[in-house]
Design a binder for this molecule. Structure first.
Ligand code: NAD
Length: 294
């Protein structure tokens, strides 16, 4: 069994991006800029955005944190997005989800300029992804693909099971694994809350991506010996032994599943950090495209 080390892989991607940013600075060009929009003060969202901003700064990207009050109207948020769309120095825009209930998330996502949509959630980028065209791939599935590439995981002709069909993780992941080309060409089953016989479907899988948000859901009896296990889940569970009062749990029963697997991602230290690497890669690529650089 080998642990897929998201910290190490994301660090190596960040180092390469830092070198590229330094070359831009040396040639007198402006650096890529990411604008992160945070509405309200959800604890988990605050942590995610802070981490994204910190990584931007570490590699030399400019970052622009737009903090908005929980009570902001949908129209006011739209005006903010429109002004970021128009700002020539902003290359990537991310709106941290979830948004407060009174705001229609899809209306906001639809408004982000597809060329700046570095989360890859807009209908244009989703359509491009489905059609196999160049697109901004949602950061988590992109990060997972970068991880599969780093560990040279054979996917062609393999049976892959993705658990969870959200627009931001499960569904794009199933598309990427099934599309033609490197780290694709798998035969993919996309499972969800209405799937019957999930255990037996998983038992046949060579690769399992668990993205449902239920701590410890994937147990050893559901896993074939030698399977590759990608754990996307991030759930805060109460933990009195931690200063924060909670610990982070993945969707996989790591202790028991890891001994049966060939490769497995830990939580934390796996997919979460690769998501940031995916976001930074998308931002850098958006910068190149917007500036017509090779
Ligand atoms: P979501 O709530 O939008 O979707 C969950 C999916 O799981 C749904 O499609 C649902 O049908 C499916 N599901 C729920 N219960 C199920 C069951 N018993 N059996 C089979 N399928 C079931 O969640 P999401 O946004 O896709 O996130 C999933 C998990 O991944 C969460 O824990 C989230 O925090 C985490 N996440 C992590 C990262 C990261 O960077 N590591 C990024 C995004 C999301």
């Amino acid at each position: 069994m080998e642990i897929m080390n998201g910290k190490m892989v994301s660090q190596s991607i960040c180092e390469k991006l830092k070198e590229k940013t330094n070359s831009l600075i040396a040639s007198g060009k402006r650096v890529p800029q990411l604008a992160a929009v945070l509405v309200g003060s959800n604890g988990a969202s605050e942590t995610y955005v802070a981490s994204k901003i910190k990584h931007c700064e570490e590699i030399g990207f400019k970052s622009n944190m737009v903090r908005l009050d929980e009570t902001i109207s949908e129209q006011e948020l739209m005006t903010t997005i429109e002004s970021l769309n128009k700002n020539a120095e902003v290359d990537g825009i991310l709106v941290q989800l979830p948004l407060p209930k009174h705001i229609n998330e899809q209306n906001i996502i639809n408004l982000i300029d597809p060329e700046k949509d570095v989360d890859g959630f807009s209908p244009v980028n989703t359509g491009r992804l489905v059609l196999g065209m160049q697109s901004y791939i949602p950061a988590t599935p992109y990060g997972i693909m970068l991880m599969l590439e780093h560990y040279n995981i054979e996917t062609s002709g393999k049976k892959a099971v993705v658990i969870g069909r959200s627009n931001i993780v499960g569904r794009p992941m199933s598309i990427l694994l099934s599309q033609a080309g490197p780290f694709g060409d798998a035969t993919v089953t996309l499972c969800h809350s209405k799937t019957k016989n999930l255990s037996s479907i998983c038992q046949e899988a060579d690769i399992i991506v668990a993205a449902l948000g239920k701590p410890g859901f994937l147990t050893a009896d559901m896993v074939k010996p030698g399977a590759v296990i990608i754990d996307v889940g991030i759930t805060r569970v109460p933990d009195a032994s931690k200063k924060s009062g909670f610990s982070i749990k993945g969707d996989v029963d790591f202790d028991n599943v890891s001994v049966k697997s060939s490769f497995i991602t830990p939580v934390p230290g796996g997919v979460g950090l690769m998501t940031i690497a995916g976001l930074l890669m998308n931002t850098y690529n958006a910068y190149l495209k917007r500036n017509k650089l090779p």
